[in-house]
Design a protein around this ligand. Structure first.
Ligand SMILES: *Cc1c(COP(=O)(O)O)cnc(C)c1O
Length: 488
């Protein structure tokens, strides 16, 4: 199975590449992304065959049907990472919160956000590939909070890969910062940057584009890769849990095999939603994928009226910061699939040059066959959080944005799976506030919520406050390059 490019081929890169190449060097011609040439078939025989499968068994069979060039033993080892999740017998539990609404909890891994679902196995595979080729990779990440911890955790002490992670000093929660600065491994570097997330990300982009930085890396024989969701190595693992959630509903006797369901997905870079789209396209019985956002609701516009317009917007900080995103990278892969490479290139160039584009009516209609979308502001999220807490279910603010889509967007009376992308413990001050208590620090908020709502704080969050800080560096933007070269 080969991978092709969303904006077509420039004649310098190969016209298609195997999976290993697409994940080691994820940037395609004209600034595009890699996408699979075809998808495995998720027909009823496949689904029925996995009704009593463990998550890892389902995942292995799916990956093998994809025909990727990774050896079975490596895939098996990678999937063992799910054994560290809260319940190794089921890493992704499904909780019933309404008669027809179920929350699929994607956050039971080591860093308590859904990023672990893909980054855990992906990190193992990437580092094995590097070792096999005798190559050395640098992964650089700018994080607003969840990607950083998950990237560091998956690569720590893995040979052939070094990770440098930049975070905006003061721009993450205490828990998120501690998850990064207490990571102790010689192949990891964490740097706080003076400024906000945009400053941090722009600094990283400039560094990655700079010729003398590239020359310095070449001198040291280091190649660059990426661990954000532009890397298909993450997306492939984000198809599997949609299949698993469907099978869970069948196992719990909530649906019959073949019955359609709705999915509700809190979205930012659209990687989670893209995984659902591929699952639907491959045959999983999904009626529609409902996208939820916070007030940075550019995806709501895109899906309801076909407009993608950055020129009228500024990023607004919310209580669901992982979705404070305006340039959503995986939208491009959907456009490629529906409109082809020439049109995708045209639209992405319009976005880069004019800051906006508009889909045609037919294009919008095609998009709306698979998707619908809505958004919630912070006050609406707090109300949802409070209402579900009263019923005994504590969710995080990202998950809370989903309930409006569940209530308003369904046209048919079908069972619905809402994805929970983070544990409440990562955003405890916002959760405490929603439950009626304003506290400034995570330590107090964790304590108050756990006592007030009778929920436990897992040991990996609890223990953070006693771990020694390893990475205390906070620098101005100008000093990042020097810090990086020291590290390398
Ligand atoms: C990353 C993240 C999201 C957004 O996921 P995408 O795949 O980028 O759309 C939503 N919620 C949380 C908690 C996240 O960490």
């Amino acid at each position: 199975m080969q991978f092709i490019e969303t904006r077509g081929n420039d004649g310098r890169k190969p016209s298609s590449v195997p999976f290993s190449e697409a994940i080691l060097s994820p940037s395609a011609s004209f600034g595009g992304l890699y996408v699979p040439q075809e998808l495995p078939n998720l027909n009823e025989a496949f689904l029925t065959g996995h009704l009593s499968s463990h998550y890892k068994t389902l995942a292995l069979d799916f990956l093998q049907n994809f025909g990727i060039d990774i050896e079975t033993e490596v895939l098996e080892e990678a999937l063992k990472r799910y054994d560290t999740f809260d319940d190794p017998s089921n890493p992704v539990p499904l909780s019933k919160v309404e008669d027809d609404c179920f929350v699929s909890e994607l956050y039971h891994g080591p860093t308590r956000a859904f990023k672990d679902m893909a980054l855990q196995p992906f990190g193992y595979i990437l580092s094995k590939l590097a070792q096999k080729r005798g190559e050395h990779y640098l992964i650089m990440a700018a994080t607003s909070g969840d990607t950083g911890p998950a990237t560091l955790e998956t690569f720590k002490d893995q040979e052939g890969v070094q990770v440098a992670c930049l975070y905006p000093d003061g721009g993450t929660s205490d828990v998120q910062r501690l998850q990064m600065v207490t990571e102790d491994a010689s192949n990891l570097k964490v740097i706080g940057v003076e400024g906000n997330f945009d400053d941090t990300q722009n600094t990283l982009k400039k560094l990655l584009a700079s010729e003398d930085f590239k020359a310095e890396l070449a001198d040291r024989n280091i190649k660059l890769s990426a661990a954000n969701s532009v890397n298909f190595g993450r997306i492939i693992f984000q198809i599997i849990y949609h299949i698993h959630s469907y099978l869970e509903l069948v196992r719990q006797n909530e649906i019959a095999m073949g019955e359609k369901i709705y999915l509700v997905i809190p979205s930012g870079n659209f990687g989670n939603a893209l995984g659902a789209y591929y699952a639907k396209k491959a045959g999983l019985p999904i009626e529609k994928i409902l996208i939820s956002s916070n007030i940075n609701n550019i995806l709501t516009d895109w899906i309801t009226n076909g407009a993608y317009d950055l020129t009228t917007r500024e990023l607004i900080q919310t209580e669901s910061p992982a979705m404070d995103i305006l340039k959503s990278s995986n939208v491009e892969r959907i456009m490629f699939d529906k409109f082809g490479p020439a049109r995708t290139k045209e639209l992405m160039e319009a976005l880069a040059n004019d800051g906006k584009y508009q889909l045609s009516e037919e294009e919008l209609a095609s998009l709306r066959e698979d998707f619908d979308a809505s958004f919630s502001d912070d006050a609406e999220c707090e109300a949802v959080l409070g209402a579900y807490a009263k019923k005994g279910y504590i969710m995080d603010p990202h998950t809370a944005t989903c309930m409006k889509a569940y209530e308003n967007l369904r046209e048919k009376d079908l069972k619905t799976v809402v994805y929970s992308t983070a544990e409440w413990t990562k955003f405890s001050p916002a959760v405490a506030k929603a439950l009626g208590k304003e506290v400034a620090h995570d330590t107090e908020a964790l304590k108050w919520v756990s006592e007030h709502a009778n929920v436990t704080v897992p040991p990996m969050i609890h223990g953070l406050f006693d771990k020694p800080v390893i990475h205390s560096v906070v620098v101005a933007k100008e000093s990042i390059k020097g810090e990086m070269l020291n590290f390398l």
